[in-house]
Design a protein around this ligand. Structure first.
Ligand code: AMP
Ligand code: GLY
Length: 432
């Protein structure tokens, strides 16, 4: 039986809250920062302001007798929330600052992958724009694309895949003018061929539980055109992967990673996200690690997975010792479509008119669920849409084509309230 504080107020955390709310082990749920679309899932608001410090969060946990904290986003982990909670003796599902570097420093992640002999793209670290341009152009001259990556956190917007010199120049402006802190170190990386997917695990001190694979649609526009985004849609399961895909990722990536972290005395408890490029001959190659679930992958996995995530999380924190019920581990065919404001991802151009969405939209319907981020309280049981990726429409069915159709029906419903929204029309259309 557990009282949980869930950190984060995105659509991913909406999905985690919705998922753990269904667990018989949950006795109380709090969320910080406030999530206006989750008011029916939580006990009471925390009374912590939006800028609460890690210590204030820990104090709240003590006062409210929170049994465990689950951290959704990477940012509080990279600034040491789990370290502070540990000092207060509060179990935290999410790594401490050193483990969180798997995501907060692409350069750290690359070094760990090299040490652990995890298959990944070769990369060079550069510290200046001039050096970056030189290395990138040298790779383009070999006839291959090049990938430029800000080493620090950039909200999913710090990676540029460039096929031509013009694209390198655009990337250099973004990196060195718009995100100079994250781009203090830049990785100039070889381009990996293959098909992209991600793999998710819950990691505990001495064990882990695989959640499964999902495909995310990173580009803004249909047909994988336009800039990279945080993710415009997702589906699971991934039937185009070979039958032994999970076995291979565990053996070639997850286990060597955990072994190397242990060897380096870096403890790791929490979500693990493995971004992969799957090559038909080579198999899995790691694009990135994150210390959180994906967004929108979390939204579809929460709906697709029939297991009790809270029970699994508590077990990995050593707070639940009963054997876990093991219902069907198969993920139900599930698709999710993201709806964003019109100025996403760079805040350029007009955002479009915001909309007031009725709270009933977020009530669970059979096989369908709408999740929200970036909304604020409005009058008459509505929330007002903000900027960025706001809504994820998720649906399940016996097969993925029907799941996608259902998700798009949900999109139509939301669109009636929010016509000035952007979404891709081809999510889960090429899943075979
Ligand atoms: P990341 O933030 O590292 O996941 O990168 C964002 C996206 O850029 C990935 O999801 C891939 O689509 C693409 N990408 C990153 N690194 C590479 C690479 N080495 N080769 C090909 N594509 C890449
Ligand atoms: N959807 C990709 C991510 O969460 O990074």
């Amino acid at each position: 039986m557990a009282k949980i504080l869930l950190i984060g107020n995105g659509a991913r955390e909406h999905a985690i809250a919705w998922k753990i709310k269904a667990s018989p082990l949950l006795t109380g749920l709090w969320m910080w920062p406030d999530h206006p679309a989750c008011s029916s899932l939580i006990n009471t608001p925390t009374n912590l302001g939006p800028t609460a410090t890690h210590t204030e969060i820990a104090d709240f946990c003590k006062m409210t007798k929170i049994d465990a904290v689950i951290v959704g986003p990477e940012q509080p982990l990279s600034t040491g929330l789990a370290n502070i909670l540990e000092n207060f003796g509060i179990p935290c599902f999410g790594p401490q600052q050193d483990g969180a570097q798997l995501e907060s420093s692409k350069s750290f992640a690359k070094d760990i992958m090299t040490d652990a002999k995890i298959p990944t793209a070769f990369s060079r670290e550069v510290k200046t724009e001039t050096q970056c341009r030189k290395e990138a152009i040298a790779i383009l001259k070999t006839g291959k694309p090049v990938v430029l990556k800000a080493s620090g956190l950039a909200g999913g917007k710090g990676v540029f895949v460039c096929f031509e010199e013009d694209e390198v120049e655009v990337a250099l402006i973004r990196l060195y003018e718009n995100m100079s802190e994250a781009a203090e170190t830049v990785l100039v990386e070889d381009f990996l061929e293959g098909r992209e997917c991600s793999f998710f695990c819950l990691i505990g001190k001495d064990s882990y539980t695989p959640l499964g694979f999902a495909v995310d649609y990173k580009r803004l526009q249909n047909g994988d055109e336009g800039p990279n985004t945080g993710g415009m849609g997702s589906y699971t399961p991934v039937s185009w992967l070979p039958a032994d895909a999970q076995k291979r990722v565990l053996a070639e990536v997850v286990e060597p990673l955990l072994k190397t972290l242990k060897y380096k005395a870096i403890p790791y408890t929490g979500f693990l996200y493995v971004g992969l490029m799957w090559h038909p001959k080579i198999g899995p190659q790691v694009v990135e690690f994150n210390c959180r679930l994906g967004d929108p992958e979390a939204q579809i996995l929460a709906v697709a997975d029939q297991r009790d995530w809270l029970a699994m999380i508590l077990k990995h924190l050593g707070l639940h010792s009963e054997p876990l019920e093991s219902p069907n581990e198969d993920l139900k065919p599930t698709a999710g479509v993201v709806m964003s404001s019109l100025d996403y991802p760079y805040g350029e151009g007009k955002p479009g008119r915001s909309a007031e969405l009725p709270l009933e939209l977020f009530a669970h319907q059979r096989n369908r669920q709408v999740f929200a981020a970036s909304v604020k309280f409005a009058e008459n049981h509505t929330v007002e849409t903000g900027k960025g990726r706001v809504i994820t429409c998720v649906a399940t069915a016996e097969d993925l084509d029907t799941a996608a159709q259902r998700a798009y029906h949900l999109v139509e419903t939301v669109q009636e309230f929010w016509p000035d929204s952007h979404f891709r029309e081809d999510i889960a259309q090429n899943h075979k």
